[in-house]
Design a binder for this molecule. Structure first.
Ligand SMILES: NC(=O)c1ccc[n+]([C@@H]2O[C@H](COP(=O)([O-])OP(=O)(O)OC[C@H]3O[C@@H](n4cnc5c(N)ncnc54)[C@H](O)[C@@H]3O)[C@@H](O)[C@H]2O)c1
Length: 455
């Protein structure tokens, strides 16, 4: 395995000499060769572990446990309270499953350190439901350990992480589904198929939006973290800042130190549908020019570091169209989130969670065609673990949507200057955006980001 240093990697990508995926380098503590997990056969149980037992972790785990061929062997969290609550949920749900099928299931083991989970050879796959700054390392280490993964969105904290993750997944040939479950629900599948079939003609523009109503206020540090919460581990590769409980669980998404604001939180869902419909398959069209403007305009005194108002404007070539991402206080006459396609005649296709509609340029309703129902996002992943096919929201595809979110933030952080993107090289062209933390940020020691070649 060829190794390069991170500095070499950055110099090469910065110099624009090479493409993603570069070369395998494995500085992670777990990077020594190790036996891969077993291959899961069609009739086998899939043994999983959950890493990150917070809000979405419990939702994803519930979806997985609805499937009869899933067993939960381990739970992992750096917050003992979250860990214990989830353990109780699993025990209760297992009792319900036993009442149905008569099979007894042992309670899962609990862990604080996800690396110990990945050492277990009986575990086939992991759900990675940690905050965004804690996706890249568990995912890359899971690949090294031969595990498949269901990784929450947006896949990464920044562009460099997204590239390293895509490289690792390809290098180790893992099956990774990302939690953009709209790709598996009927209204979005139908709208995407309708647009792709040219039913409203050539698409000239795409709008994606979400109302941002988050307001954190102002809090101060009043002492250290409680004994049940390992704040140092929770901070991980991010910058260490004084502990303020209100800015940890759930609210981390409003801070660039951990995440990418509403653009990465909801933009990744809504823009993903725009990109998917404008692409032939899951290899997505990518913008060539990206401009992000906005600010903390609604509540300038709020402690969040990500903007509450963002307009992200993107230009695409072949096909030629523009896309706008908007997050602001309100969207009159529209659902509070959605994706809308505008055709050459002024017809529109609008889709949101729970519905979709087609209208002509005068606003009259037009007939639409429902796509056949699909299996669930979780089921799609589990099936792919067995067939080794790529799932609907495969990581390579979702690296592209995630990078679009980071590019908007990179432009915003660069003062609204236009960022240029090269899809083939999978890199920013030129200087603008490259120096922002949406492109890359230093890892806090002892953590380092392994960079894998994609082949
Ligand atoms: N797909 C969706 O619709 C959807 C919806 C909500 C959230 N999400 C995504 O799910 C992820 C989690 O979001 P959330 O709202 O559940 O956050 P959360 O803060 O509620 O939960 C995160 C959990 O991870 C734990 N954690 C942090 N670092 C850890 C580590 N190193 N090892 C183990 N556990 C660790 C935290 O203690 C917490 O329990 C995010 O990436 C978010 O964007 C997706």
């Amino acid at each position: 395995m060829t190794r390069i240093t991170r500095r070499d990697f950055l110099r090469r990508t910065g110099g624009g000499l090479t493409t993603l995926g570069l070369v395998a380098q494995a500085p992670s503590a777990l990077a020594q060769p190790r036996p891969l997990s077993r291959r899961v056969a069609a009739n086998d149980k899939i043994v999983i572990a959950l890493i990150g037992c917070g809000g979405m972790g419990n939702v994803d785990l519930g979806w997985a446990m609805d499937e009869p061929d899933v067993e939960v062997a381990a739970l992992c969290d750096v917050d003992e309270h979250h860990l214990n609550n989830t353990l109780q949920n699993v025990i209760k749900k297992n009792q319900q499953r036993t009442a149905k099928d008569g099979q007894n299931r042992p309670a899962p083991d609990t862990y604080k350190d996800f690396r110990r989970v990945l050492e277990r050879k009986d575990i086939d796959a992991v759900l990675i439901c940690t905050p965004d700054h804690w996706h890249a390392l568990p995912l890359i280490y899971a690949c090294e350990a031969g595990k498949d993964a269901y990784c929450e969105k947006p896949i990464s904290h920044d562009i460099l992480e997204a590239k390293a993750m895509a490289g690792a997944v390809k290098h180790f040939q893992r099956v990774v589904q990302v939690g953009t479950w709209q790709r598996s629900t009927r209204e979005f599948v139908s709208a995407v198929a309708f647009v792709r079939a040219g039913k409203i003609g050539r698409i000239t523009s795409v709008r994606a939006w979400k109302t941002d109503d988050a307001r954190l206020g102002h809090h101060v540090s009043v002492g250290g973290p409680p004994a049940y919460f390992d704040y140092d581990f929770w901070t991980g590769p991010a910058q260490m800042v004084p502990y303020i409980p209100e800015y940890t669980h759930y609210n981390w998404r409003w801070f660039y130190n951990y995440a990418s604001g509403e653009t990465g939180d909801w933009g990744v869902h809504m823009m993903d549908i725009g990109l998917l419909a404008m692409s032939k398959d899951t290899d997505l069209v990518m913008p060539v020019e990206i401009c992000g403007m906005g600010g903390k305009l609604a509540h300038p005194d709020d402690d969040r570091t990500t903007p509450d108002t963002v307009y992200g404007l993107m230009r695409f070539k072949d096909p030629d169209f523009v896309m706008i991402w908007r997050t602001e206080r309100d969207h009159p006459d529209l659902p509070d989130h959605g994706t809308q396609f505008v055709g050459e005649r002024g017809d529109t296709v609008t889709v949101w969670r729970g519905g979709w509609r087609v209208r002509d340029a005068e606003g009259r309703e037009l007939p639409k065609e429902e796509a056949p129902p699909t299996n669930s996002h979780m089921r799609n992943w589990l099936d792919c673990i067995k067939t080794r096919e790529q799932p609907r929201s495969n990581l390579a595809s979702m690296a592209q949507t995630t990078i679009v979110c980071h590019l908007i933030n990179a432009s915003y952080l660069a003062g609204g200057e236009t960022v240029h993107w090269d899809k083939e090289r999978m890199d920013i062209v030129g200087r603008v955006g490259r120096e922002t933390q949406s492109y890359e940020r230093p890892y806090r020691k002892p953590w380092t980001l392994p960079i894998y070649k994609g082949d």
